[in-house]
Write a protein that binds this ligand. Structure first.
Ligand SMILES: [Zn+2]
Length: 273
């Protein structure tokens, strides 16, 4: 998005004004124009002139204050800790997979990637009753996955032996365009590959397997916050376990450096006052 300015789009805070003044809130990050068909339909995620918190035309959450339209804010129920509430945005993005592809009780679902998004997608799918297989690189992250979910390492590497294409739905959440072709090999004929990874560089994918095997390719981005808050309130996954470090806002550059290190899952920036 070539964004310049204050980054940060995952937050929990206290509303300073508006109808929710004084209450703990989270905020959907897409702010629409309010007038286009998408906005009039109540969903600004694809408003063509939207701004996006900390990503597109709107200063983000690594700051003492931020601003969002009132309609974007949702109050955080009492029982949800700050440590869980900051996961509302990425959990909503994970739950958006359920919006992108219909799952029946018999649908076999896999997740490619055991990073923060892959783990969240596994929890989102588990909330829909799915026992998920996650293809990853870090066996120790099994502990972060939902019960009944299996972590299988060494499948997506460039030199991994070929596997049977047995997945009806495979959610790609590796954060790396390099594994797309390997992920595609796992999808069975007439299956669906859901892409969650956004990477800056262009990537290449052989298209013939899509045609020959009649595979659907579905992109999935932001999710609505209400279902994420509902899950955090009713059956919260232990997402706090993903928090590796906390830094005060004054040390935000150091926080970003640590967050970029290999193996780091989540870093919180705390704004005092
Ligand atoms: Zn609009």
């Amino acid at each position: 998005m070539h964004f310049e300015g204050v980054p940060g789009h995952e937050f929990v805070g206290v509303a300073l004004d508006g109808p929710l003044a004084g209450r703990r809130v989270v905020g959907e990050i897409n702010a629409g124009c309010g007038e286009c068909p998408a906005c009039r339909g109540g969903d600004p995620r694809h408003c063509p002139t939207r701004t996006v918190l900390g990503i597109l035309g709107r200063p983000g959450a690594f700051a003492e204050e931020l601003s969002l339209p009132t309609g974007n804010l949702l109050p955080v129920p009492e029982g949800i800790s700050d440590e869980l509430a900051v996961f509302t945005e990425p959990l909503a993005a994970a739950l958006a997979v359920l919006e992108a592809v219909p799952l029946t009780p018999s649908t076999r679902v896999g997740v490619a990637g055991d990073g923060r998004l892959g783990i969240l997608v596994a929890h989102a799918l588990a909330s829909a009753g799915k026992e998920v297989v996650v293809f990853g690189r870090h066996p120790e992250r099994q502990a972060l996955l939902p019960r009944g979910c299996e972590l299988v390492p060494g499948v997506l590497e460039a030199d991994s032996p070929p596997r049977r294409p047995e997945w009806e739905v495979l959610v790609e959440a590796t954060g790396s365009a390099a594994v797309l072709a390997r992920a595609l090999e796992l999808v069975r004929p007439r299956g669906t590959l859901v892409l969650k990874t956004t990477v800056e560089e262009a990537s290449t994918l052989p298209l013939a397997p899509l045609v020959v095997n009649e595979i659907r390719l579905v992109g999935s981005r932001c999710g609505r916050f209400a279902p994420a808050l509902e899950l955090l309130a009713s059956d919260p996954p232990p997402l706090e376990k993903m928090i590796d470090h906390r830094f005060p806002l004054e040390e935000a550059p150091g926080a970003l450096e640590v967050a970029g290190r290999q193996g780091c899952l989540k870093v919180l920036i705390e704004v005092s006052g």
